[in-house]
Design a protein around this ligand. Structure first.
Ligand SMILES: Nc1ncnc2c1ncn2[C@@H]1O[C@H](COP(=O)(O)OP(=O)(O)OP(=O)(O)O)[C@@H](O)[C@H]1O
Ligand SMILES: Nc1ccn([C@@H]2O[C@H](COP(=O)(O)O)[C@@H](O)[C@H]2O)c(=O)n1
Length: 209
């Protein structure tokens, strides 16, 4: 079974995807980490966001085993990830590994922006997770504060709005809800209620818990 979880920044996709993967004993891939890996590599090497061949080479050479999730979740990397993710050559370089992950025997859970539309349009279950920009900014703000980052709520909200606009407005695999995806708006739901709703959606789709 392939479960595709898409949605905007800090909507709780990863939280839901990890819970579903644990419940259904499926492997999970946070595809945002791939773009964050390329974005971080571009920042570290001083590669310009307009240097398409160099960005594509960074994506093609991405070492999955070396991805440091903790470091990649830092504030500036999200913006860099969104910049490189708008480059079709970068997306093309990361396509096969995501598709192979989705199509492994037994299935998988993937979360990102284009899982239900581009990576695994054949997924049995598609959930589009969303919440208001303010609710998402609140969540990301408290996460960053806990990590010791010096940010303001307004900076986080600005970052989320800018990334939403770029991710939805780009030509290559934009953030868009698949027509057969179920919407899960968790604006008023806490973490556990949001996960419970996602589990119920999957159960309804596949006819078992
Ligand atoms: N329903 C919820 N209510 C409150 N906080 C939540 C909820 N779901 C997730 N969170 C918290 O919000 C933050 C963002 O969640 P998460 O990382 O799952 O989102 P995401 O959509 O995967 O983010 P990203 O943009 O990094 O892909 C985390 O700190 C998480 O613990
Ligand atoms: N399937 C995906 C996943 C991510 N992106 C881009 O990466 C940025 C960071 O992703 P997070 O989920 O970790 O926030 C995001 O803003 C997207 O630009 C993508 O394009 N496709």
């Amino acid at each position: 079974m392939i479960i595709a979880i898409d949605g905007p920044a800090a909507s709780g996709k990863g939280t839901i995807a990890r819970a579903l993967a644990g419940h259904h004993r499926l492997p999970h891939l946070d595809t945002g980490l791939l773009y964050r890996g390329v974005g971080a590599a571009a920042l570290a090497s001083g590669t310009g966001f307009d240097d398409i061949p160099a960005l594509a080479a960074l994506a093609a050479g991405l070492d999955l085993a070396a991805l440091d999730e903790e470091a990649l979740k830092a504030g500036p990397v999200g913006e860099a990830a969104s910049r490189v993710a708008a480059v079709p050559e970068v997306r093309a370089a990361l396509l096969k590994l995501q598709r192979d992950f989705a199509r492994q025997p037994g299935g998988a859970v993937l979360d990102g922006r284009d899982i239900g539309t581009v990576i695994a349009p054949e997924a049995e279950v598609k959930i589009f997770v969303t919440a208001t920009p303010e609710a998402r900014a609140e969540r990301r703000f408290s996460e960053l504060l806990k990590r010791g980052e010096a940010v303001t709520f307004d900076q986080v909200l600005d970052d989320i709005r800018r990334r939403d606009a770029r991710d939805s407005g780009r030509a290559a695999a934009p953030l868009v809800q698949a027509p057969d995806a179920i919407t899960l708006d968790n604006t008023g739901l806490d973490r556990d209620a949001s996960i419970a709703r996602a589990l119920a959606i999957v159960a309804e789709r596949i006819g078992r818990n």
